[in-house]
Every structure is written in structure tokens, then in C-alpha cells.
Design a protein around this ligand. Structure first.
Ligand code: LHQ
Length: 266
């Protein structure tokens, strides 16, 4: 295993690829090696047709503490102006875009704190299941920054603008129970049950019609900026594609024959 690969662990079981951020000593903070390994793991999961659901989680007691501040510390002792935009464009944006556009369900198993860009990472996943001890912090303001890695895009859509502004302005920690009440996560489970509960959900999702799920993700992504007529047209176009899939035919036949469907993901 290379040093870079060690920053992210991947395991696979029956159609599910689990990606574990693995720098527990710094709460899985993102240095360059971790971001590159994560990008590669996501590319591999997207390309591999046998993978029909992706789970992202963190090793140890945290999900991800965001940018590794030690990794960029030398910029702060140099008199040169600090330029963060290119770092984001090069290392974070490809990860976030892939999460949002990958035509497979992505589940965040939020096992602990998700802070800064680590919070953004959780928000960019399709479904969030949190352990009771998990928390979410839009920590950017605490270091004089603007929420990035699509937090300003995802957060207001998930919990509303007012709550998003409060969370981002204060940089306060949102506990799992509050995250559930705001709709930031869909479920909270006891810490010890998180891996098994997420595996159960991922197994279920990996047996669903993956093509239809991918097209549904496209439709919901598009809906954020669409008007009614164009969204209706887009749905009709996507439905034409879904209607030609193996799994649509199988779903209808299985219903008529009163048997469980066997979806192949295509
Ligand atoms: C860390 C980190 C960390 C390094 C914990 N880095 N070591 C920013 C800049 C540049 C370009 C692009 O984008 C961004 C986006 C961002 O993500 S900005 C936001 C960056 N993240 C933060 O500001 C969060 C910093 N961390 C914290 O506030 C706390 O660690 C939290 C609240 C996450 C957890 O607190 P505790 O549970 O009390 O743990 P701890 O603070 O004791 O951390 C444990 C260790 O992990 C500790 O190391 P040590 O050697 O003392 O045991 C921390 O230094 C290290 N660590 N986060 N982001």
C-alpha cells in the first residue's frame, strides 16, 4: 500500500464500495495526499460497474475536520499574499463535483465531527446517517473564511437560508439530534450501530435499479436551477431513457408475475 493510498481505505462487498478517510490522529483532516486518494477512490467507484452504492466514513472518532491547517501553515508565516482559490479549484472541486454527479447513491456515514470542508464533504453526499456523537460545524468563520466546497450551495437547500446563515455566521457545533431535527441528516443511530445500519442501507440501495437512481440524481440536481416547464421536459427525457432500461422491464414484469424483482442496475 502506498503512503497516499493509506490516507484512504477502500473496501468492497456485494455492490457496495466503502471509502474510509484514514488520518484519525488529525480527525481525518484533508492534506493533499488524502484529497488525491479520495479523488482516485471516487473515480474508481464511479467507473466500476459492479459498484452500485458508495459509503464514505471516517476512521477513529471523527468524520473529517476539513482542510489540514498544518498542511498549509507555511503560507501563513510567509509574507506572500495567501491565495486559496486555486487550492480549492484544484483539489476540492473535483471531489465535490464527482460526489454530486456520480450516477450512484453516495451515503455519508457520519461517525463523528464533520467540520469545515469535512462538513461540506458530508453535505455533498446524497444521504447522511449520523452516529449519536456526530456533529456538524461550518468552521470556516472560526478561521476567518467563507464556507467552501459547496457548503453555501448544499446547506441552504437542505436546511433553509436562515438556518444556514446562522450556522455559517456563528461556526457553532450542531449536534446530531439538532441536525436530524433540521433535516441535515435523515437518521441518527447509536454510535456502535452506525457501520451496520449504513451497511444495511447501502446493501439495499445496491440492489435497486441503479440506472433509475442515477437519472433521479440528475433530475434533482437540475431541479435546483430549473423552471417548471424545462424540468417537466427534462423528466420526460430522462424517463425515456429509464423506460428503455432492463430494470424497468424487470420491475413491471416482476409486479405482474407477483415475484420480487431482480434488478441488475442497467
Ligand atoms: C487538525 C485539524 C485540522 C490539522 C483537528 N487540521 N489538524 C481552508 C483553507 C485552505 C484552503 C481550502 O479550504 C479550507 C477549508 C476549510 O476546511 S477551513 C476549516 C478547517 N477546519 C477547521 O478549522 C477545524 C479545526 N479543528 C477544530 O476546530 C477541532 O479540532 C474540532 C472542533 C474539529 C474537534 O475538536 P476536538 O474534538 O477538541 O479535537 P482536537 O481539536 O483536540 O483535535 C485532535 C487533533 O486533531 C489535534 O491534534 P493534537 O496533536 O493536538 O492531538 C488537532 O490539532 C488535530 N486537528 N482538526 N483541520
Amino acid at each position: 500500500m502506498t503512503d497516499q493510498a493509506a490516507h484512504v481505505l477502500t473496501t468492497g462487498e456485494r455492490g457496495v464500495r466503502t471509502i474510509t478517510l484514514n488520518r484519525p490522529e488529525v480527525l481525518n483532516a484533508c492534506n493533499l495526499a488524502l484529497l488525491q486518494a479520495l479523488g482516485q477512490a471516487l473515480r474508481d467507484a464511479e467507473k466500476d460497474e459492479s459498484v452500485r452504492c458508495v459509503v464514505i466514513t471516517g476512521a477513529g472518532r471523527a468524520f473529517c475536520s476539513g482542510q489540514d491547517l498544518a498542511d498549509v501553515a507555511d503560507r501563513y508565516t510567509s509574507p506572500e499574499p495567501i491565495e486559496l482559490g486555486s487550492h480549492l479549484r484544484k483539489h476540492y472541486h473535483p471531489v465535490i463535483v464527482r460526489l454530486r454527479t456520480m450516477e450512484k447513491p453516495v451515503v455519508a456515514a457520519v461517525n463523528g465531527v464533520a467540520a469545515g470542508a469535512g462538513c461540506s464533504l458530508a453535505l455533498a453526499c446524497d444521504v447522511r446517517i449520523a452516529a449519536e456523537s456526530a456533529s456538524f460545524i461550518e468552521a470556516f468563520v472560526n478561521v476567518g473564511l467563507v464556507p467552501d466546497s459547496a457548503s453555501t450551495f448544499m446547506l441552504p437547500r437542505l436546511i433553509g437560508v436562515g438556518r444556514a446563515l446562522e450556522m455559517c455566521f456563528t461556526g457553532r457545533k450542531l449536534a446530531a439530534a439538532e441536525a436530524l431535527s433540521l433535516g441535515l441528516v435523515t437518521r441518527v443511530v447509536p454510535d456502535a450501530d452506525l457501520p451496520a445500519e449504513c451497511a444495511k442501507l447501502a446493501q439495499k440501495l445496491s440492489g435497486m435499479p441503479t440506472r433509475a437512481i442515477g437519472l433521479t440524481k440528475r433530475a434533482l440536481n437540475a431541479a435546483w436551477t430549473a423552471d417548471l416547464e424545462s424540468q417537466l421536459e427534462y423528466e420526460a427525457m430522462l424517463q425515456t431513457t429509464a423506460g428503455q432500461s432492463h430494470d424497468h422491464r424487470e420491475g413491471v414484469l416482476a409486479f405482474m408475475e407477483k415475484r420480487p424483482p431482480k434488478f441488475l442496475g442497467r
